[in-house]
Each structure stands twice: as C-alpha cells, then as structure tokens.
Design a protein around this ligand. Structure first.
Ligand SMILES: Cc1cc2nc3c(=O)[nH]c(=O)nc-3n(C[C@H](O)[C@H](O)[C@H](O)COP(=O)(O)OP(=O)(O)OC[C@H]3O[C@@H](n4cnc5c(N)ncnc54)[C@H](O)[C@@H]3O)c2cc1C
Length: 266
C-alpha cells in the first residue's frame, strides 16, 4: 500500500489584462507533474495537481507550506508563459490571483464504526453483487484511486458503495455524523471517495440520518444503516447502475458519448 498523504495544491487565476506579469524563462521544475486548467470567459484557473506531498505539508506547517506554494506558483507561471511549447497557450497571461487557502486533499480521518478499505472499493462493496433492497450503502463512488502520480494495480473498475457506518464515530459523541473527506475511509479508499459527488451524497445521508433519528427520538449512533439507505432510496440508484452492467459511472458516460470519456485526476 502506498504511503504518504495525498498532494497539496495552491490554485491560481490567470487573466490577459488584469494582474502581474511572470518573469518568464523558467524551465519545467522537478516537483511539477501535471496540472488542470479550467477556463471561463477571459480567465484561466490553474490547478497544479502535485505541488507538494502531504507529508511535507504536515511537517512544514500551514504558513510555511503556503509560502512555498506561492513561490511555486511564480515558478510555474514563469514556465507557462516562457516555455516555447507552453507559451503557445499561455503567452501574455498575468497572475490575477492566488487562492487564499491551500488545497488539501487528505488530512485527518475519522475512526468510524466502519472503515471503507481499498479492498472494499475493489471487491467487497461492489454494487454488482449487492442486494439493492438490503444495503446500508448511503453513497456510491467509482473514481480511480488517485494519490497524485501513483500507479495502482488493480484499479477501481466498478461502482462501489459507502456504508452508513463510515459516518459514525466509533467512540465519543453519540449524536454526530462526519460527512466529509475525513469520514471513515482508509488512505487509498479516501483517494477515490473524496470527490465532490461523493461528499454531496454523504451530506445527504447525514441529513436523512438526522431527520430519522429526530423522528424516532434516538441518537444518530442508534440508527440502522439500511434504514438510512432506504430513506435515500438507494435501491433505485443501485438498480440503475446494475442495469448498466455495473461498470463505472465514467463508463456510463462513455456509453452515452461514443467518443468515450477518460478518468481525470483532481
Ligand atoms: C486542488 C483541488 C482540486 C480538486 N478538484 C476536484 C474536482 O475537480 N472535482 C471533485 O469532485 N473534487 C475535487 N477535489 C476534491 C474535493 O474538492 C474535496 O475532496 C471535497 O471538496 C472535500 O469535501 P469536504 O466537504 O470534506 O470539504 P470542503 O469542500 O473543503 O468543505 C469544507 C467547508 O467547511 C468550511 N469550514 C471550514 N472550517 C469551518 C469553520 N470552522 N466554520 C464554518 N465553516 C468551516 C470551509 O470553508 C469549506 O467550505 C479537489 C481537491 C483539491 C484540493
């Protein structure tokens, strides 16, 4: 199992008319692996996917990491505008804004009643082999294991479920559900589960759980996961993916779009 917490990014914002120029002329740096661009109107948002590993961030601390990343934004921008290949796309762009907060992909995680493991994502929790009417899955996920830059074999190939117990602290408060990337996932499972589409489902499950517990006059810890899944009508969603052949949701997109769709790294 790979070690080392997932990577840190400091996103930045480019614009052709507003902002400060980069020095230019910087060659590609060793720390730089890949990056993602989001464009809207005249702006580009750059997500430098692997700016620093998470362990280095935790040993250096937030303020020092932020300073290092700001420096790396300058280096990266100077490469984008100055490199002969990259400048075809980025020449003339100015630094409009650096994100005020670091993008932290992995930090504290809950010791939960159930910890979703790498193996669960690969085999145990596959929805292809689950009974839709008797499940405690409150979220479905299919994204690749994605600890920036690391190769995984085997990789996630099917839709898997996240049980309700992943939100329930194994000790401490009785009436708390943890619905975020810090829920009960192991290091590798977290790298697949942390995407927003799963976080949205965890939040929905927590809301249903709170409502059910209030109705019954019990603490959320006493809820049965299957009841929460039933309240969310997870059976319909699971049947939908089972009918698609239990492929990944990316595969579902590919079925709809003949040119295909590839898994992204975030
Ligand atoms: C650079 C980067 C790019 C990513 N790109 C993608 C992508 O393209 N697609 C995707 O699906 N996922 C992406 N992810 C992953 C995804 O965004 C996160 O894993 C996910 O947002 C985590 O959800 P969360 O609810 O745990 O935390 P967050 O989304 O960070 O939400 C936590 C919220 O709590 C607020 N908060 C914190 N402290 C307090 C407080 N004391 N009081 C009140 N509010 C507080 C914060 O302001 C924040 O709004 C990316 C992650 C990073 C770092």
């Amino acid at each position: 199992m790979p070690t080392g917490l997932n990577n840190i990014s400091l996103a930045f914002h480019l614009n052709k008319t507003e902002g400060t120029p980069f020095a230019g002329g910087q060659s590609k740096l060793g720390w730089m692996k890949t990056f993602q661009i989001i464009s809207f109107q005249d702006d580009l948002i750059i997500n430098p996917i692997s700016m620093m590993d998470g362990d280095s961030f935790f040993s250096a601390g937030y303020a020092s990491t932020y300073d290092t990343c700001v420096n790396r934004v300058s280096q990266m921008g100077s490469w984008l505008v100055g490199d002969p290949t990259m400048s075809k796309f980025f020449k003339g762009y100015l630094l409009k804004q650096v994100a005020p907060l670091l993008g932290i992909r992995e930090s504290y995680r809950l010791v939960a009643d159930e910890i979703l493991t790498q193996q669960d994502c690969l085999t145990t929790n596959l929805i292809s082999s689950c009974d839709p009417d008797a499940t405690d899955f409150i979220a479905l996920s299919d994204h690749a294991f994605d600890i920036c830059g690391q190769q995984f074999d085997p990789q996630v190939t099917e839709v898997y479920g996240v049980p309700f117990g992943c939100l329930v602290p194994s000790a401490g408060p009785n009436n708390l559900l943890v619905a975020c990337r810090g829920a009960g996932f192991d290091h590798v499972a977290a790298s697949s589960c942390r995407l927003q589409k799963v976080m949205i489902q965890l939040g929905t499950a927590a809301a249903h759980g709170a409502y059910l517990a209030a109705q019954k006059g019990i603490a959320v810890r006493e809820l049965v996961g299957e009841e929460v899944a039933a309240a969310m009508d997870m059976a319909t969603m699971i049947r939908y993916y089972q009918a698609l052949g239990a492929g990944t949701t990316n595969r579902a997109v590919a079925l709809a779009a003949p040119q295909g769709a590839e898994a992204d790294h975030f």
